[in-house]
Design a binder for this molecule. Structure first.
Ligand code: PGA
Length: 252
């Protein structure tokens, strides 16, 4: 499986100009990358322009994809302010981040809402990047099990293969206090064990599991080598073109 390196820009940068600058730097590096898939998740409003820029500069690289940071659980209708999976797919998006702790916390997204979003995203042919992880003081195994089981409720075996599971301990996000590679390895093994209980061994082994939470160009390699993660979900460091491209290059 290729390493999956995902940029979650959150509500940044302020202007399209800044977004284009980061993408241009990533495209330059991505053209020489063979064993990694790069997924850029900008704010909704920049997606269309950035996808066009990628097509223009590279005629669409086969290792660079775009994802959204959220989508709604209905495909169309009277839902002011929401964006559907079908809209994103039609724009050229392949992925969508769901269950991020910032959405759980600041927008009160429950496991049930996240489950609906995952199912609608899959039905819209988008691949969910499904985030799970415990808060400070919570028991990792209990929370991961609960969030995985609730988020994947009624998700069929044929579709679950399309999901990337991101282990993101909430206490590590944006704090500089990254998870130790050993603890992240525990999470990898635990997630595979739960997936094999819910589905079957083959699915558990074939699912991409990635780490997120204060990843930078110094610690990135450890999560791949020591934690046996299949990739990384990078927040703050993905807004710095130099650091983010270093992460990509170092994993070559
Ligand atoms: P961080 O964010 O890399 O800034 O900690 C990760 C995330 O929220 O996905």
């Amino acid at each position: 499986m290729k390493n999956i390196i995902i940029a979650n820009w959150k509500m940044n940068p302020r202007k399209l100009f800044g977004a284009r600058k980061i993408l241009e730097a990533v495209l330059k590096v991505a053209q020489n990358v063979e064993n990694a898939e790069i997924i850029i998740c900008p704010p909704f409003v920049f997606l269309s322009d950035l996808i066009k820029l990628d097509n223009f500069i590279t005629l669409k690289l086969d290792n660079l994809f775009f994802g959204a940071q959220n989508c709604f659980y209905e495909s169309e209708g009277a839902y002011t302010g929401e964006i559907s999976g079908a809209m994103l797919k039609n724009l050229g998006c392949q992925y969508v981040i769901l269950g991020h702790s910032e959405r759980r916390e600041s927008f009160s997204e429950t496991d049930e809402v996240i489950n609906k979003k995952i199912k609608l995203a899959l039905a819209s042919s988008l691949k969910p990047i499904f985030c799970v992880g415990e808060k400070d003081g919570e028991e990792m195994s209990k929370i991961i099990e609960q969030q995985l089981k609730a988020g994947l409720k009624d998700v069929e075996m044929a579709r679950v293969k399309k999901i990337i599971i991101a282990y993101e301990p909430v206490w590590a996000i944006g704090t500089g206090n990254s998870c130790s590679p050993e603890k992240a390895m525990e999470a990898t093994l635990l997630i595979r064990r739960i997936l094999s209980q819910l589905y079957e061994r083959k699915i558990a082994d074939g699912t991409a599991i990635i780490y997120g939470g204060s990843v930078n160009d110094k610690n990135a390699g450890d999560y791949i080598k020591i934690s046996r993660m299949n990739g990384l979900l990078v927040g703050g460091a993905s807004l710095n073109a130099k650091i983010f491209t270093n992460i990509i290059k170092n994993l070559q």
